[in-house]
Write a protein that binds this ligand. Structure first.
Ligand code: 13P
Length: 254
């Protein structure tokens, strides 16, 4: 059984006080959802978010994590630093990190493994660009990203990972992948996991869809057999919209 997981990626939005305010709006609405609900504020909002979440079932995630324990890595944040703030999840390899900040498949793997070592669940993002999709390279690109992300990871570690399939052309564009397109690629990612780790891990690992997921399309996406949740950008910044996505997902235990 895979418990759906809905995560809000707030990206570079929300000051600490705004984080606390949004959580204050979400808390009573989300209540005891049947799926895992995670919010990922920017680093500067994590402490305020944690305080605002006290006693809530909503869990806290970060938007990145560095692979080193500590040292001369200006601007980076370690897993131990996040852990002490109460962070349980960390997005790694988001396409915006890959595109604008030069993150590589190798670095994404190192970040994911550092998170696991600190008992933080990595949400590993993979996804093709529009050019790659149109050139028929979706599976080649997504497959390579997924295999690289799992490099040197044991089955016990891999099963704890959450994968987020986010086609780059669907992020922030209002252009969602159709539920069939999302299902096809997510089933393909599950097949890669099966190839690497066998059937039990493939059946247990959770794979989200991300890219313009919103209250209008969430139910249809969540009804697909391999889609175990969503990584929500824009729609996670409005309590009412995020709540609706959570509501659809709670019905989607696979
Ligand atoms: P949007 O939901 O705004 O398209 O963003 C998706 C995303 O990148 C989540 O990580």
């Amino acid at each position: 059984m895979r418990k759906p997981i809905i995560a809000g990626n707030w990206k570079m939005n929300m000051t600490p006080s705004e984080c606390a305010k949004l959580i204050g709006e979400l808390r009573p609405l989300v209540g005891h959802a049947a799926c895992d609900v995670v919010v990922c504020p920017p680093f500067t909002g994590l402490a305020a978010a944690k305080a605002a979440l006290a006693g809530s079932t909503i869990r806290l995630g970060a938007q990145n994590v560095h692979w080193a324990e500590k040292g001369a890595y200006t601007g980076e944040v370690s897993a131990a630093m996040l852990k002490e703030l109460g962070v349980e999840f960390a997005i790694v390899g988001h396409s915006e990190r890959r595109q604008y900040f030069g993150e590589t498949d190798e670095g994404v793997n190192k970040r994911a493994r550092a998170a696991l070592a600190a008992d933080i669940t990595p949400i590993v993002c993979v996804g093709e660009s529009l050019d790659q999709r149109e050139a028929g390279e979706t599976e080649a690109r997504v497959g390579a990203q997924a295999k690289a992300a799992f490099k040197d990871m044991s089955a016990q570690e891999a099963v704890r990972v959450v994968v987020a399939y986010e086609p780059v052309w669907a992020i922030g564009t209002g252009r969602t992948a159709t539920s069939e397109q999302a299902e096809e690629t997510i089933a393909f990612i599950r097949a890669i996991v099966r190839e690497l780790y066998g059937e039990a891990v493939a059946q247990a690992i959770r794979i989200q869809y991300g890219g313009s997921m919103n209250p209008k399309n969430a139910a249809e996406l969540m009804a697909m057999p391999d889609i175990d949740g969503g990584l929500i950008g824009g729609a996670s910044l409005k309590a009412a919209d995020f709540l609706q996505v959570v509501h659809y997902s709670a019905e989607g235990t696979k």
